[in-house]
Design a protein around this ligand. Structure first.
Ligand code: CP
Ligand code: NVA
Length: 309
């Protein structure tokens, strides 16, 4: 079997992404029905190398691995000090001798790329400064459950053109969504991500529009997504970013421009009163805990896919 990693949402082609979502839906149904006797990963270990905090990603991987019969081993910066106590290549080469698969949450995307270069087991990007592809998988499953399809849906992302936005763009375009990004001119998605998304959109009968107007972005949209204004590692920029992003807050007035059936989405954790109001995120349009729940099921499907199970 060829070694596959999942560093970017663009690492899956359309057929693979669709099959992975199908698998996740099956795993979810089985889990909900209490059918948990299958232990395909008995005796296998997932190493979780995390340089930053996490609730959803960590617990979804840990619970998922347990449910599949395997074992998670969580390694924080305090445990292994990757790049300090030990080089990134050496961490990859050591872990590959013990575990079946690695998931890494890193500051710099280059770190997860280096892990993948030196590992002889699959490496999953559990969030970097460039992408958050596991999140995008859960978001697509959530949209598919709610609308029964993905092709042709309009997804608006309002706020920072960051890691979460990048992965949504890439996977969304692969799965045929029309994407509208509303962001301040200085916080647009990275040029190479825009270029790749445009190419994927063309291939899959989808569209990409980027605007500085939040109203234009959400107008008639089926779902409105936002994320924090200052990501992990950017906390020192929070005060400078706040006034720039204030016009991009997802509130009831902005949601009124979306379709009446529009969903409100957020990867969490959220800052109520900043990028989203409590009224929206705790209101009837919000699907944020469905997104969080789906992290478990897509990450289980992803582990099985990468291990060829
Ligand atoms: N959405 C998400 O990745 O949450 P955590 O940072 O808690 O893992
Ligand atoms: N953009 C956020 C997402 C957190 C899940 C961050 O990188 O901190």
């Amino acid at each position: 079997m060829t070694l596959r990693h999942f560093l970017s949402a663009a690492d899956l082609n359309r057929a693979e992404a669709e099959a992975l979502l199908d698998r996740a839906a099956m795993l979810k149904a089985a889990w909900r029905a209490g059918q948990v006797n299958d232990r395909p990963l008995l005796g296998q270990t997932l190493a979780l190398v995390f340089e930053k905090p996490s609730l959803r990603t960590r617990v979804a991987f840990e619970a998922g691995m347990t449910q599949l019969g395997g074992h998670p081993s969580y390694l924080s910066a305090n445990d292994i000090d990757m790049g300090g106590r030990e080089s990134v290549p050496d961490v990859a080469r050591n872990l590959s001798r013990w575990v079946a698969i690695i998931a890494a949450r890193v500051f710099k995307h280059a770190t997860v790329e280096t892990l993948a270069r030196y590992a002889t087991v699959p490496v999953i990007n559990a969030l970097s400064d460039r992408e958050h592809p596991c999140q995008a998988l859960a978001d697509m499953l959530t949209l598919r459950e709610r609308f029964g399809r993905l092709q042709g849906l309009t997804l608006a992302y309002v706020g920072d053109g960051n890691n979460v936005c990048h992965s949504l763009m890439l996977l969304g375009a692969t799965l045929g969504l029309n994407l509208r990004i509303g962001c301040p001119p200085d916080y647009r998605p990275a040029p190479d991500i825009i270029e790749l998304t445009e190419r994927l959109a063309q291939e899959h009968d989808a569209t990409l529009a980027i605007t500085a107007s939040p109203v234009e972005a959400v107008s008639g949209a089926d779902a409105v997504y936002t994320d924090v204004w200052a990501s992990m590692g950017q906390e020192h920029e929070a005060a400078r970013r706040r006034p720039v992003f204030t016009p991009y807050q997802v509130n009831t007035a902005l949601m009124a421009h979306a379709a009446p059936h529009a969903l409100a989405m957020h990867c969490l954790p959220a800052h109520r009163g900043e990028e989203v109001t409590a009224e929206v995120i705790d209101g009837p349009q919000s699907v944020v805990f469905e997104q969080a729940e789906n992290r478990l099921h897509v990450q289980k499907a992803l582990i099985l896919f990468l291990l060829g199970k």
